[in-house]
Design a binder for this molecule. Structure first.
Ligand SMILES: [Zn+2]
Length: 94
């Protein structure tokens, strides 16, 4: 018999250790970088760009492009994922 409570405690301990390591290991305070020019910006900055006009303009252009890219990606991944999943399913069953 496996003691479910014991296992749960062990998992909780391990995961808290894991999180602790990450928190104490990072020397750089939390920050983000402008996605255009990579300047450090506030963590709360949304969208993730600095205040430069060129970056704001570039970001707007990118957002428009991203919509197109996202649709293309869906189609692209769909074309790949469906045969891949089918192959995986037949492999598992066979
Ligand atoms: Zn910038």
């Amino acid at each position: 018999m496996v003691d479910a409570k014991k296992v749960k405690d062990m998992v909780a301990k391990k995961s808290s250790q894991f999180v602790g390591n990450i928190a104490s290991g990072g020397k750089v305070p939390p920050h983000k970088h402008c996605r255009i020019c990579q300047d450090p910006i506030s963590v709360k900055a949304e969208p993730r760009i600095c205040k430069q006009e060129t970056c704001i303009e570039q970001n707007e252009k990118d957002e428009k492009n991203q919509k197109t890219v996202r649709i293309a990606m869906f189609v692209f991944f769909g074309l790949f994922a469906i045969p891949y999943l089918l192959a995986l399913a037949t492999r598992v069953m066979g």
